[in-house]
Structures are given as C-alpha cells and as structure tokens.
Design a protein around this ligand. Structure first.
Ligand code: DSN
Length: 415
C-alpha cells in the first residue's frame, strides 16, 4: 500500500492515494454501496491486464495475445456461475449501470416501456430517471413503496403494470431495506408479457451467500455490480438463461462497450473465488445481523426507519419525525466531520430535494469486513444519534470523533 512506483514518478498522485488509504483506515465507511476489497482483489485490479485489449469473449477475441485474458475471464465466469447458480454470465460490464444498459439494448427498442421503482422510493437512476439514458430512450412509469409501511406495494405494482403495459419491469433497488419477493414481481411481469430485470447491485453478496432470496432462475435477467456486498473487483455483471446468452453477449460487446477492463475482470475472478469460501456466508450473515443491530439501536434513540427495520445490509432513516430541521445533507456533513461516512438519501414521500434530502442511508458491508460485531454497531448507532442531536456542537463532534478513532484503531484495515 506504499505505492512506491507512483511516488517515484508522480508524488502528487501518490499523496492522494496515501491520503485515501488513511481516510479509509481512519473513518467508518457506512456508504451502503461500498466495501473494502481484499489486498488480492486490489492487486489483481492493479495488474498488467490494465494493458490488454481483449474485445470479444474467451476463445473468440479480436486481438492476439489473449491467453491470460481468457484464463481470468473463464475463471470469473465459472466462479460467478457457481456463486449465483446462473446458466449464463457476462462479467464484462464496466458497472451495474452498463449491465442494465446491456439488458435494455438486448431486448428493448427505443420508445419501449419500462416500469421500475421510483428513485425516491429506493430505485436507481439507470432504472429510468429522466437524467439517465434509460429515461431518455424509454417511456418510463414507476411503482412505489406503501407510504404507511415502507414495504414494496406489490398490489400497486400489479395495477400500474396492467394500466401501463410495460415491455420490461425492473426490480432490485439501491435504497430498499427489505427482502424482495421476486416471484411475485415475476408473476406480474408474466401477466403483462414483460421481461423481468432484477438489479441486485446492492445485494449480490447477500444473494450469493443465501441470506437473501435469489432472483436467478426467476427473473429473465439479473444484473448487478461486483464491488458492493460481494466485495470483488469493481464493475458489473449480467446473468440470464441460455436462451438470452447471445443477445446479452452481443449487447455488452459490441453493443454498448468496447474493450473489456480485463484488470477489473481479474479482480472479479479473485473476489468471486473468495466468496466461494464458506467464510463468506458467515460474513454475509454478519452484515445483516449488524444492520439489524444498527437499526434497532437507532430506533431506540427515537429515529424513524423506513419500513421500521431491515432484512439487508442497509438502513434508511427518515429524519423528518425526529429531526424536522435537519436535512440529510446536513446530517451527512456533520457525521463526516466526525469520521462517520454515509450519505444523505431521499426517502419515500420526499419533501425536500434530491440534493438535500430528508434521510440518511447507512450500510454495514464495509464495517463488517473490518470485523465490527453487533455490539460495535450499537455503539456506532449511539455515536450517530449523538451527532444528529447536536450537529453544530463542536464538543460533541470532537468527542464522537475521538471515539471513531478508537473504533478504527480497534479494527485495523489493510495492515
Ligand atoms: N452509487 C450506488 C449507490 O450508492 O447505491 C449505486 O450506483
């Protein structure tokens, strides 16, 4: 982690890299989409595969010299198939958004209709937000969570599907704390003759470990990212049945991407290999247990949790009841000042703006990687509550910051 080669030629970048390592070591990473990849994953991503062009797929490349690129891609695919039980896997998408773009390109035409969860209810930009290609290319309608319970409104989804007659229904979410009933959404998709695309970006690791039900074999397509709860190299993935294999491979390349990022594919292969070890299932169970402990302790401090809790790696706090004058953005800033790093987030029924929303989202994947247990998570919840109650009190912020330092020292990272 000393970046000697960078330091020798580019001290300014080396300083930023060193600063980032120290930042990760000395703060609590609670951004729900982040994790701490292993040294092996980082090593693979920083490898000489950075140099290699390998358009195409193993055994069918457009360039010479792809023997080792083929080897890592075959390993990544084989391991992914074992982890998620998918018939066909494409490991080349550069990100989860690229994975979604590939699926849409494979089976939809511009102007077709997508039905997806509204962004402020937990959806994702690539599910059809007007600022995203998906919202610009397709006609988009949204379903929502039940405003009372915070759980997905499956009946509302079915009604909207009947009225809107979508070509694809997107399930899978970026700020939804509860388990998803994939079969129920799939039945709606079947009833309106729509493709079902399940985007499991956040919960890839939980699904692989069996601590969240799997949409593989249920939805027509399963997309995801590979660096969140699954903790592998950075990027995206698409899974599907054999009947869609060619369409997906052609959509990824040459459809929406050029040369695959083979160093990232190597990082995916290494991380997937790590996730096949039985210890990964224990890790994933701890991630969920930690999120539950975090949520319960936050609720004990009077904070409102969307859906009153969690089944996953994240909690979504609606600050409007407990702290009506505190925005999610201000909460994020105050917490960041103490070394607790999370994000302000929109909540169902949002009354502020996406830039300064009413909630905060916190995840436990990264802290669990550092060895935090449920007692430690309860203490983190206490610290969060102290900051939210006094976001402008320098003495409180300093005291919390000291305690964050102690927790970081007790859970070393990248030693
Ligand atoms: N940026 C990711 C998240 O935080 O949910 C999704 O792309």
């Amino acid at each position: 982690m000393d970046h000697d080669h960078v330091r020798a030629t580019d001290p300014a970048v080396a300083e930023a890299l060193t600063g980032e390592i120290e930042r990760q070591r000395n703060t609590l990473s609670m951004i729900a989409s982040e994790n701490h990849a292993s040294r092996a994953v980082l090593d693979a991503q920083g490898s000489v595969l950075t140099n290699k062009y390998a358009e195409g797929y193993p055994g069918e490349r457009y360039y010479a010299g792809c023997a080792y690129a083929d080897a890592v891609e075959e390993l990544a695919v084989e391991r992914a198939r074992e982890l998620w039980g998918a018939d066909h896997v494409n490991v080349q998408p550069h990100s989860g958004t690229q994975a979604n773009m590939a699926v849409y390109t494979a089976v939809l035409d511009p102007g077709d209709r997508i039905l997806s969860l509204e962004l402020e209810h937990g959806g994702h930009l690539s599910h059809g937000h007007p600022a995203n290609f998906a919202g610009q290319l397709f006609e988009v309608e949204h379903y929502r969570v039940d405003p009372e319970t915070g759980y997905l409104d499956y009946e509302g989804l079915a009604e909207t599907a009947d009225e809107f007659d979508p070509d694809a229904i997107v399930s899978g979410f970026s700020a939804y704390p509860r388990q998803v009933d994939w079969e129920r959404i799939d039945a709606v998709a079947d009833a309106v003759d729509a493709y079902h695309v399940a985007d499991i970006a956040h919960i890839t690791g939980l699904v692989a470990a069996g601590v969240h039900p799997s949409p593989v074999g249920v939805a027509d397509f399963v997309t995801g990212s590979t660096h969140k709860t699954i903790r592998a190299g950075r990027g995206g993935i698409v899974m599907c049945g054999e009947e869609h294999a060619d369409a997906i491979d052609n959509a990824v390349f040459p459809g929406v991407q050029g040369g695959p990022l083979m160093h990232n594919v190597a990082g995916k292969a290494v991380g997937f290999g790590e996730a096949l070890d039985p210890s990964f299932a224990e890790y994933a169970e701890h991630v969920v247990a930690n999120a539950r402990a975090l949520g319960e302790a936050l609720a004990d401090h009077g904070l409102s949790l969307v859906s009153d809790g969690t089944d996953t790696h994240l909690v979504l706090v609606d600050l409007r009841d407990s702290h009506p004058d505190l925005s999610g953005g201000d909460a994020e800033d105050a917490l960041d000042a103490t070394g607790i790093v999370l994000n302000g987030n929109t909540v169902p029924g949002e009354t502020r703006s996406p830039f300064d929303p009413s909630g905060i989202r916190a995840g436990t994947a990264a802290l669990t990687t550092r060895g935090f247990d449920e007692d430690a998570m309860r203490e983190v919840a206490d610290l969060i509550a102290r900051v939210l109650d006094a976001p402008e009190d320098d003495e409180v912020l300093a005291a919390v910051s000291d305690r964050v330092d102690d927790l970081c020292d007790a859970h070393p990272l990248y030693e």
